[in-house]
Design a protein around this ligand. Structure first.
Ligand SMILES: Nc1ncnc2c1ncn2[C@@H]1O[C@H](COP(=O)(O)OP(=O)(O)OP(=O)(O)O)[C@@H](O)[C@H]1O
Ligand SMILES: [Mg+2]
Length: 247
């Protein structure tokens, strides 16, 4: 049984059909990268997997660990192990980062039948993951993402992922806005999490990210579906030739 199986997925927002028979199979332990022109539907795919209510699935299926993902609410999907690091992280005024993460982790633990993390366990986990990802104490004290720079928001997304330890991680353009050193730190944070029971879907425009996080598969997405799949050399070819051959 595949870890994540997307079959002939069609989705629209408003009247606009964006995903058009999109299919993809991801097994445990694999890292997949999706590249594709602006507007091809990469973020839409991420949002549909995460359960964003603005997107209407008109056909197809997604199974995750054998369960019908589309039948689950967004919070059930998150608690089951799906995590989306947003292309454009949202600011949450008034919501402290520590409280936000404590609520999220304990909701997930409750869902899994585990007891709440106590204050000591929570702080230890928060501090170690924050330090590893270059998230400062000052950033932790502020409301989630409020006033953060573009790169700081991206770091915060990856930190949330490291903290919550999801099984399936979607990173939508995690490399955009990160400086050279931060990219290395964040990529390392992802590599540390690359374990046999977990899988990753990286969305990126740039081959450079894939030097740091080496994908097992690279897919090219154009107009709502995958038009070519290959290994990491496909990203190098794209860097050279662009999307001209796919139009
Ligand atoms: N809420 C919405 N309302 C109207 N159109 C939308 C909405 N969300 C997405 N779209 C449209 O769907 C198409 C796909 O958008 P999407 O954000 O998935 O592209 P993308 O591949 O992630 O692009 P990029 O590389 O620029 O991030 C675009 O043409 C976009 O304008
Ligand atoms: Mg996008």
């Amino acid at each position: 049984m595949a870890f994540l199986e997307i079959k002939n997925l069609c989705a629209k927002v408003g009247e606009k059909q964006i995903l058009k028979n999109f299919s993809l199979t991801i097994n445990e332990g694999e890292i997949h990268a999706i590249m594709g022109p602006n507007g091809s539907g990469k973020s839409t795919l991420s949002n549909v997997i995460a359960g964003h209510p603005a997107y209407e699935v008109t056909a197809g299926s997604i199974t995750f660990k054998g369960q019908d993902l589309l039948a689950m609410r967004a919070d059930e999907r998150a608690n089951s192990g799906v995590f989306l690091a947003f292309q454009y992280p949202t600011e949450l005024p008034g919501v402290g980062t520590a409280l936000f993460l404590k609520t999220a982790i304990n909701a997930k633990r409750k869902f899994l039948g585990l007891p709440d993390l106590d204050a000591v366990q929570f702080m230890k986990r928060l501090k170690t993951r924050a330090t590893a990802l270059g998230v400062t104490d000052e950033m932790l004290k502020r409301p989630v993402n409020v006033g953060f720079s573009g790169g700081e928001k991206k770091k915060m997304e990856t930190f949330q992922m490291a903290f919550l330890e999801p099984d399936f991680c979607i990173l939508d353009e995690m490399d955009s806005g990160l400086d050279i050193d931060a990219l290395r730190v964040v990529a390392n944070g992802v590599n540390v999490m690359h374990e046999p029971h977990r899988a990753f879907l990286l969305i990126t425009h740039y081959q450079r990210l894939l030097d740091y996080i080496v994908p097992d598969f690279v897919h090219i997405m154009v107009d709502g579906k995958i038009v070519q799949s290959g290994d990491k050399t496909l990203a190098l070819q794209l860097e050279e030739k662009g999307y001209e051959n796919y139009k």
